[in-house]
Design a protein around this ligand. Structure first.
Ligand SMILES: *Cc1c(COP(=O)(O)O)cnc(C)c1O
Length: 394
């Protein structure tokens, strides 16, 4: 295993970017359209409408040309003023990112920090809001991709709606994998990205904005230019609707097909598929004697599984062997979990045999690295769960 390119067939099994279907890749490869042409306009309007359906919202949804972090930055810079107090409920590396962006733009950050692998407790958020009625915004992840935990956004929305603060949800890896209801759950700002559960090319983010958030936007003085959502709104009201700057045209064209595929499968079935993929992956690695980072089953999301690297195994060697020898790319830990966990993404254009591939590669790699377990125990368990859940037959 000297060279890096011995394996011909390769698999991306990370929690973003995710595998892209041939259908979406073909759309991505269409000849470039001009972004002010009627041809693109039609697609742009369609994608925006479809995103609203995916977000389950009547609010404005804007497409930004950036990775997901751009939408997080837009969520921070468009609604507050210098020195405003915001609450970040942080359960992992992406919660930390909200803190960093907020501090960089001179907001006063109050943070609720949870152990990585845990979820935010909505009652804690309520307590902080009661004690600090001047908080202008609450920021939280839906699916925390660095740990695999999911937050109870419905319960948090039910609390924050009673306060002046707006609720900002980073749903970048959760949207399209787990049910999220922007309007029903009172979510003021929701951020999503093209390269996670949508399984579209990387480089486009989206953001929804409620009336409550627009009111704050009018008074907000933080510096912004590229991510000025009032400019996005202004251009969206032109005939035909447009973006202020040149968008990721080909990505948006590809997204049109990617979102259609979710609706053709049916959103409920999409979420059920993700639930079963997560369950199979989690039960399989537990059968192999491995420990999951998220101990409480009810706090595990459907997008990604974080596994604690067993004693005596080097995390970097594990991921490298999987990638170089077996062609399977998974992710390592982020931030303080670097070297301590590995993460398997099972979201987007992902089916049960993809799970079998990644579990099989993990088994062969662990065996080679000297971990003691019964080879085949993981895939056997995954197969059992797929058969039990009638996955194929409905
Ligand atoms: C992927 C992701 C992001 C954004 O990361 P980018 O690399 O900027 O796309 C933000 N939050 C969560 C929860 C994510 O999974």
């Amino acid at each position: 295993m000297e060279g890096e390119f011995e394996v011909v067939k390769k698999y991306i099994m990370t929690p973003g970017p995710t595998p892209i279907s041939e259908e979406v890749l073909l759309e991505h490869a269409r000849p470039l359209m001009h972004h002010r042409s009627p041809e693109f306009s039609k697609i742009f309007i369609e994608v925006t409408e479809k995103l609203k359906k995916l977000f389950k919202t009547k609010n404005d949804v804007f497409i930004l040309t950036s990775s997901g972090t751009g939408a997080m930055e837009a969520a921070v810079t468009n609604f507050f003023s210098t020195g405003d107090k915001v609450l970040v409920a942080s359960v992992g590396n992406f919660g930390e990112r909200f803190k960093k962006i907020s501090s960089r733009f001179n907001l006063e950050v109050i943070s609720l920090d949870y152990e990585w692998g845990d979820s935010a407790n909505p009652e804690d958020i309520k307590k902080v809001l009661v004690d600090n009625p001047d908080i202008k915004g609450v920021m939280v992840q839906f699916s925390e991709t660095s740990t695999g935990a999911i937050n109870d956004i419905k319960a948090i929305g039910n609390i924050v709606k009673n306060y002046p603060a707006i609720l900002i949800v980073d749903a970048i890896s959760g949207l399209g994998a787990s049910d999220l209801r922007t309007d029903e759950w009172n979510l003021d700002v929701v951020a999503g990205g093209s390269q996670k559960a949508l399984s579209a090319p990387t480089g486009v983010a989206f953001i929804s904005i409620s009336d409550k958030a627009w009111k704050l936007n009018e008074k907000s003085n933080l510096p912004r230019f590229y991510f000025d959502l009032a400019a996005a709104k202004n251009y969206s009201q032109k005939t035909p609707p447009q973006t202020p700057w040149t968008p990721g045209i080909s990505i948006i064209v590809a997204m049109n097909r990617a979102i259609d595929m979710l609706f053709e499968e049916g959103l409920e079935k999409v979420f059920e598929r993700h639930r079963i993929l997560a369950l199979a992956t989690q039960k399989a690695v537990e059968k192999m004697g491995l420990q999951l980072l998220v101990k409480d089953e009810s706090k595990r999301g459907f997008s990604v599984t974080s596994i604690i690297v067993p004693d005596g195994i080097d995390a970097k060697e594990l991921t490298k062997t999987m990638r170089v020898k077996y062609g399977v790319t998974i992710a390592g830990g982020q931030g303080k979990l670097s070297g301590k966990i590995i993460r398997i993404g099972h979201l987007g254009y992902f089916g049960m045999f993809d799970s079998i591939i990644v579990i099989s590669a993990l088994e062969m790699t662990l065996k080679e690295l000297g971990y003691k377990f019964e080879v085949g125990s993981g895939i056997t368990e995954a197969e059992r769960i797929f058969m039990e859940n009638n996955y194929l037959n409905d």
